[in-house]
Design a protein around this ligand. Structure first.
Ligand SMILES: [Zn+2]
Ligand SMILES: [Zn+2]
Length: 237
């Protein structure tokens, strides 16, 4: 069978489905149904939004995930079409993304937690296994132009590999911690904006007022982000 966790006991839902359709079913059937549902859930592809629909294809279900996949897929009618998104060497494994395209731009931590929650595995693709997260750069505190990167495991660690390529600036541990705290603040802003959708014009003003008070190294990203956000909101409203 395709990838799935081995269920230990049938859920209440599986038991009620079996009860509803086959009251005198063999005892093992709810567990079998649970197992089949797990296979389906972990190997299906999104098909439609309204109504929400999913589809399963046998061979595509064997394609592994990679956060920098060499292929992408789409539908033509109900057919599953696989296309290369870069040159693929002979013998190289075909990979697609199990995450939405925009999620591939998120940090390793974020991608891993999404995949663990929805697909039950820890991603160990080459992007996720690299010690520095290339999508989690911070503005260089030295030249203010380049980017610096940190290693993240159980804590944040500045490393020479992540030093600014323009001026060679290497942050201290406390500077790294400060930048990550600022990053959390930016993330909090974005979540607040999401919650306040509907009064879009207030976002930029609020962000600017807060920025004057806060004055941290990440503040320069708040205004452009707020503008991008306003643009996004006005397109989608
Ligand atoms: Zn990955
Ligand atoms: Zn620099």
């Amino acid at each position: 069978m395709l990838f799935h966790p081995e269920p230990q006991a049938p859920s209440e839902d599986s038991m009620s489905i079996v009860q509803e359709f086959w009251a005198s079913a063999p005892k093992a059937l709810p567990l079998k149904l649970e197992s089949l549902l797990a296979v389906w859930l972990l190997n299906c592809f999104e098909h439609s939004e309204e109504p929400v629909g999913f589809s399963t294809f046998f061979l595509p279900a064997f394609i592994s995930h990679d956060c920098r996949p060499n292929c992408m897929w789409h539908y033509e009618g109900d057919s599953f079409i696989l296309r290369a998104r870069r040159d693929i060497s002979v013998g190289e494994e075909i990979t697609v993304s199990y995450l939405a395209e925009e999620s591939l731009l998120e940090s390793i931590t974020s991608r891993r937690s999404q995949l663990e929650a929805t697909k039950h595995f820890i991603c160990n693709c080459s992007s996720c296994s690299s010690s520095l997260d290339p999508v989690r750069g911070f503005k260089c505190l030295g030249c203010q132009e380049g980017e610096i990167f940190f290693e993240f495991d159980d804590r944040i660690r500045p490393s020479t590999e992540g030093a600014c390529r323009q001026c060679g600036f290497l942050a201290t541990s406390s500077q790294a911690e400060e930048l990550v705290a600022q990053e959390a603040k930016v993330e909090e802003y974005i979540q607040q904006w999401d919650r306040k959708e509907g009064s879009a014009a207030a976002y930029l003003t609020e962000a600017t007022t807060e920025r004057a008070r806060w004055n941290g190294p990440c503040t320069s990203v708040i205004d452009p982000l707020a503008r991008m956000y306003l643009l996004h909101v006005s397109y989608s409203l």
